[in-house]
Design a protein around this ligand. Structure first.
Ligand SMILES: C[S@@+](CC[C@H](N)C(=O)[O-])C[C@H]1O[C@@H](n2cnc3c(N)ncnc32)[C@H](O)[C@@H]1O
Length: 236
């Protein structure tokens, strides 16, 4: 089995405990990051949207924040598609999200027509995509001119601050032991620190987005740069 298939299979395995563990391990701080990012991305788009694609949607958390932002800004999002290659993660999403459609696809090959999406998001998912350049080109293909891409991710850091060192201890020591106890699957929570360490820096992801043709609206670090939000636009 190749690396990508192993990652997808791991998410299938941890799907029943994913939401509970996430809530415990993130200490709830991701809620503010998600709320602000969806709000800012929709405000950046500035009009109602016919189609939102939430890629690597998992158990569907991010679309709930899009829904709230849409109500708050009074900018309707007519159609939402949650895209993820893990059938079991999407099964949980189906139970939580009543207003979306679900599509079992990888980010690098999404079966949706060119230039039809107003908004695309990928929350804490792009790190899992082995063919990242293909996925970024796919996002560009799918968006309408002027369409907005939102990426939330834990990035690798070139210089390690004191907080980074504390986070590293939390992620590599504390988090795997809690993860192991609750999900009984050690791989998933040793995978998290490993995948962050092997992932891109903020600057490298910005460069990839620009090379694909995107204009960067923001690349913003949140809470001591634990999480980073990227908002990019396909030029008109
Ligand atoms: C950490 S979860 C994030 C879930 C959700 N977006 C959130 O904000 O909580 C990562 C998701 O990426 C998905 N994934 C793994 N490989 C992928 C790929 N090649 N393309 C798209 N999604 C992928 C996994 O199945 C999993 O549901």
């Amino acid at each position: 089995m190749d690396r990508q298939q192993k990652i997808i299979e791991m998410f299938d395995t941890i799907s029943p405990t994913y939401d509970r563990l996430n809530r415990i391990l993130s200490l709830g701080i991701d809620k503010g990051w998600r709320r602000r990012a969806c709000h800012t991305a929709l405000k950046t788009y500035g009009k109602s949207a016919a189609l939102l694609l939430d890629v690597a949607s998992g158990t569907g958390d991010l679309v709930l924040y899009w829904n709230r932002a849409s109500k708050k800004l009074n900018l309707p999002i007519d159609h939402v598609i949650c895209v993820d290659p893990s059938v079991k993660m999407l099964e949980i999403a189906r139970r939580k999200v009543s207003f979306a459609e679900f599509l079992v696809n990888e980010a690098s090959a999404i079966e949706v027509a060119d230039g039809t999406a107003d908004l695309i998001s990928i929350g804490y998912g792009i790190r899992n995509v082995v063919e990242i350049d293909r996925a970024i080109s796919e996002f560009f293909r799918l968006l309408k001119p002027g369409g907005v891409l939102l990426i939330l991710e834990f990035m690798q850091r070139e210089k390690q601050s004191f907080v980074d060192k504390l986070m590293r201890i939390y992620i590599s020591k504390v988090l795997p032991s809690i993860g192991r106890a609750i999900s009984k699957d050690e791989r998933a929570y040793t995978y998290l620190p490993e995948s962050i360490a092997a992932f891109l820096t903020k600057e490298a992801l910005v460069e990839k987005l620009q090379n694909a043709g995107f204009e960067i609206v923001e690349a913003r670090d949140e809470t001591f740069a634990i999480s980073t939000s990227f908002i990019a636009r396909k030029p008109q």
